[in-house]
Design a protein around this ligand. Structure first.
Ligand code: ZN
Length: 322
């Protein structure tokens, strides 16, 4: 049995030796870092999140799929430059938002370079990438390396010990909710990790009772007496029955509030708040600030600087800004 064991071991060693190593850097000084990235380029990055972060003296990142720019509910070029001016990082997120693993190398190259060129043509600098659906492989990572300083791919994990520069890990804010996100922050702080939290559109969902009619898509909603305000987002009927889904522009709705639609005149009473992403993000930022004053809330690019990762990013389409 022994020679067979030895042969098996030799085979395993040979297999490991032939694997192409992934880009890996050991972080330098152990600074606890947290980064927030909003994927896809929803206009709530500008309309909601920008103010929430500014209130805490912090910034975040917006990862933009360029085919979505200017579509209803998504950022337009003026808002993208507005985020840049507020100190946010604009990240690449391809053009079409297709799963890159389903594409040929030429198509991946086109997705990664064209989207960067489009954004840089708007006058923003783009150094880091988010893979759509976090999907990547060796071929995709090698193309990403040509155009970007880093790329995010992994889910439900922290960046610790060895940094996978082209497969950065993150956790989803929507999946966990506030209590669990606080736990993630506690853990990242204790272990001196770099925690990347990613989200999408910032929205609120509440249950309604005593509706006098139907709310209309995009109408303004005013909540009283809480003073909350927002814009109605219409879902498919089977998702919206008994619920109100809206984009939160101001304040926090409370059970018992009367909500009025400014165009439809519909009035209803708030039952319970199913989730409120605006409040959760705001509370999580405040939690980091008060509990861990030395934990830095930074963009991906600043985190890479702090971790001593070299910046060799090519600029493709940058023009002098307006
Ligand atoms: Zn996405």
């Amino acid at each position: 049995m022994r020679p067979m064991m030895a042969a098996l071991l030799a085979l395993v060693i040979a297999a490991c030796g032939s694997m192409t190593p992934r880009e890996a850097f050991v972080p330098g000084p152990a600074i606890p870092l947290v980064t927030f990235v909003f994927d896809d380029g929803f206009d709530t990055d500008y309309l909601v999140a920008r103010d929430l972060f500014a209130e805490q003296g912090a910034v975040a990142c917006s990862a933009i799929a360029t085919d979505l720019i200017g579509r209803p509910g998504f950022l337009d070029p003026v808002q993208i430059r507005g985020l840049r001016d507020a100190g946010w990082e604009i990240m690449g997120h391809t053009a079409s938002h297709r799963n890159l693993r389903s594409l040929s190398p030429a198509q991946v190259e086109d997705e990664l370079s064209r989207s960067k060129t489009i954004l840089e043509g708007m006058g923003v600098t783009v150094k880091n990438l988010v893979y759509p659906y976090n999907k990547n492989n060796e071929m995709i990572r090698s193309i990403a390396r040509k155009y970007y300083r880093s790329a995010r791919g992994g889910v439900d994990k922290f960046n610790r010990d060895v940094l996978e520069q082209y497969d950065l890990r993150s956790v989803s804010n929507k999946k966990f909710g506030l209590a669990k996100m606080r736990d993630r922050v506690d853990q990242a702080y204790a272990e001196r990790d770099w925690l990347i939290i990613h989200g999408h559109q910032i929205d609120v969902k509440i249950t309604l009772t005593s509706e006098t009619g139907s709310f209309i898509a995009k109408e303004q909603l005013v909540f009283s007496p809480s003073g909350a305000r927002g814009t109605h987002l219409r879902d498919q009927w089977f998702l919206s029955a008994g619920y109100l889904h809206y984009l939160p522009l101001e304040g926090t709705p409370l059970p018992g509030d009367r909500v009025t639609g400014s165009s439809s005149g519909t009035v209803a009473v708030v039952g319970k708040v199913v989730y409120n992403q605006r409040a959760e993000i705001s509370e999580l930022l405040a939690y980091v600030r008060t509990k861990y004053p030395d934990m830095r809330i930074v963009t991906v690019d600043t985190a890479l600087d702090l971790l001593g990762i070299p910046d060799t990013t090519a600029v493709l389409g940058e023009k002098p800004t307006q």
